[in-house]
Design a protein around this ligand. Structure first.
Ligand code: SAM
Length: 208
């Protein structure tokens, strides 16, 4: 999706209409609930805030950072270098195909990325990540959810899809049913945080 290169310079500012810092904040909300882990994979991490937060907060000691956008990953590399954590992050300009055969992770992190994929691709992405998760591993998910959304929230999400489809050429047309996607795989929600009137959710998931 090369379209994310076009918005990489302004991406962090673009999310502010949802509430100052809400997109970044909801991703951080559950960091304290994460078990300290050796190895995490971050998918579609954008400009790198979440990777730096995971390392600095002690939630992950090493990260494989999968991000196909050249502009996004360049910013993530600069951010990590400025914070002195680059040596702990393996930046790969790729999607989940960048996971190497036999690689395993204690933590999977999907911050506002699973919403990009149409249903068939989403299952492929979920399969690949699930296969890379160690037994007993955790999944930190953050995205839009509509269960508590009022009329404004319900109008916002289609507008965002129209924008990202036009500008970034994303594949999905609507928000997946994330509850069903995770429940089918046996994941349960261990902890949850909401922001922006409930429209933004972070969830820590595990197989119980
Ligand atoms: C909506 S942005 C979210 C960025 C960041 N996680 C955040 O919350 O601010 C989606 C990110 O997913 C990346 N992306 C696009 N296609 C992807 C793919 N197939 N696999 C992984 N990441 C992808 C984009 O380049 C972009 O950085």
């Amino acid at each position: 999706m090369p379209g994310f290169d076009a918005i990489a310079p302004v991406y962090d500012a673009l999310s502010w209409p949802l509430g100052p810092g809400a997109i970044a904040g909801v991703q951080r909300d559950l960091l304290g609930a994460l078990p300290a882990c050796a190895r995490a994979v971050v998918v579609g991490g954008g400009t790198g805030r979440i990777a730096v937060d995971l390392i600095e907060g002690g939630a992950a000691s090493r990260i494989v950072y999968l991000e196909p956008s050249r502009g996004m990953i360049a910013r993530a590399r600069r951010r990590a270098a400025a914070r002195g954590v680059s040596h702990r992050i393996d930046f790969r300009r790729a999607g989940v195909e960048g996971i190497e055969a036999g690689e395993r992770f204690d933590l999977v992190v999907t911050p506002f990325v699973l919403d990009l994929f149409a249903p068939v691709t989403l299952e492929v992405v979920m399969d690949r990540l699930d296969a890379g998760l160690v037994p007993g591993g955790a999944w930190l998910f953050a995205d839009f959810v509509l269960d508590r959304a009022g009329p404004l929230g319900r109008a916002t999400v289609p507008a965002l899809y129209a924008f990202f489809r036009a500008v970034c050429r994303i594949e999905a047309r609507r928000l997946p049913d994330f509850d069903a996607v995770f429940a089918r795989r046996g994941f349960r929600v261990v902890a949850e945080s909401r922001r922006a009137g409930g429209l933004l959710a972070a969830r820590l998931l595990a197989r119980l």
